[in-house]
Design a protein around this ligand. Sequence first.
Ligand SMILES: Nc1ncnc2c1ncn2[C@@H]1O[C@H](COP(=O)(O)OP(=O)(O)OP(=O)(O)O)[C@@H](O)[C@H]1O
Ligand SMILES: [Mg+2]
Length: 568
Amino acid sequence: MSRRIAILPDAVADQIAAGEVVERPASVVKELVENALDAGARHVRVELEHGGKTLIQVSDDGSGMGREDAVLAIDRHATSKVRSVADLVGVATFGFRGEALPAIASVSRFSLATHDGEGAGTELAVTGGRLDRVSDTVRQRGTTVTVRSVFFNTPARRKFLRSVSSETRAAHEAVATLALAHPEAGFELQVDGACRLAVPADQNADERIAAVWGRELAATLVPVTYAAGAFRITGLVQRPGDAQPTGRRTQLFVNGRPFRDPFLVRAGEAGYRSAIHPGDRPSMLLRIEVSAGEVDVNVHPAKLEVRFRDRIGVERAVEEAVRSALGTLAAAANVGGAGGQWGGGAAAPELPPMVAGDLFAPHEASGEDEEPVESGALGFTVPLLQAFDTYILYEAPEGIVIVDQHSAHERILYETVMRQLAGSDAPAQRLLLPLTLELTDEELDAVEAHGEELRRVGFEAEAFGGRTVVLHAVPAPHPRFDAGACFREMVADLARGRFGGWANRLERFAATFACRAAVKAGARLDQREMRELLLRLFATELPPHDVHGRSTIVQLPREELERRFGRR
Ligand SMILES: Nc1ncnc2c1ncn2[C@@H]1O[C@H](COP(=O)(O)OP(=O)(O)OP(=O)(O)O)[C@@H](O)[C@H]1O
Ligand SMILES: [Mg+2]
């Protein structure tokens, strides 16, 4: 058996930035999974208990280690990956410093079981950096590292660990990132006995993204392929219309290695120009290929950041890559968000008079007249078209206007509800047969905490013992309103702290109600309903986006059409 691990000469060791490799369970997970991948694993299994605070275990089916190498591996600066200063530049493998295992073993109850396929397997146990035991073990080829009670001997660091859920999230993120970087390997993540991620080996990049980010998000992404100068950029970015202010995912790779760089993400966002609302945060996954000499990956102790020789060049390349991917998409969509003539109260001076019928007002039931008063001011004598049961389209002098019906109604309701919360109660509709709902404990708490606001918007809810709530009266914001479903969704949102970014609790509540009570995408509207919705929309004073920050109105300017059809 050949000895593969070399002790770094001091000169090399000294050139390596000293730094903490082990900051939290997620960093342990990252180092161990990287080692497994470096060892050629086809399948990596990660197990966590209590966010990794009590247990982190990483098993692989890679090369394994012979006994001598296994003992050396927990020695500081033992590494199989670097032999000279020259090797320090460029991306070859993940590690080169040979300090991850010793660092982890020095702050935990650590054990390593490994077998390289020759002779007996080896198991060794280390407590707080002290080698306790080396013994034979029977196992398949590969390595299992078990880290218990991380930071048990460094209470100051232990104190800095976050909640179990936050440590779990960070560790999950670390596994997800490596799974995206290595679609050829299979990954499994078990958290407190439950499977959180399971992806098979030999996926292609697209399958892997869908498996890790979810099919729903993956379906909103468009491919990027770009090359300029020293840089080649591929990957996927989100269609502008699907970008949202929260919940985005981003991932950058340089020469296959994941890294973090908020400024490059920002450069990617710049590629959207005005195609997205300023508050929107598009998801993106970008793979940058550049010759090894152009990038230094060893500037960060945990190798999370990299340094590009041509900083301006890489930022420009990322921005251009995104822009070219959006290309025609962006050209059509850059009409939304940026203001335009419906940009809030001040920019829409010619508001039509309010119509009599109020289908979309939460106050009264509608009048009976078939055709509401027409207003020439906004060209509403023109027919309205509903597309996909979701968008209302019409022709305006300056172009085609497209309104998202749900988003529009959300804006209307948000304003109305804010008024109601400030003063007058909304008229409620008393139910002949009260609705009975079963809620969770957290949802019951939310109902109790928001009892007054719920009453003001028209919900009369009574706790009925156990987890049952009875609704005696409900609001009626539109003809297709489903009071039970709306109430349920609202309390779930409130219990989960959705809209947590909103400044105060009333706004938070109003946003929740508006979102859940508004007419949904997919609801067929007739001419009259569409007209009323638009007239009410143009009487609101909110910015040109809804409570999620998504565009409410998109205009397709006439010049744009003319340009595209070659008339200009
Ligand atoms: N899962 C594994 N399978 C096989 N060999 C491993 C495994 N984990 C560690 N080793 C061996 O132990 C050595 C030390 O690992 P360690 O993570 O401490 O350092 P490194 O990966 O070389 O560098 P870095 O500090 O950058 O991670 C590795 O170079 C490798 O040879
Ligand atoms: Mg390593």
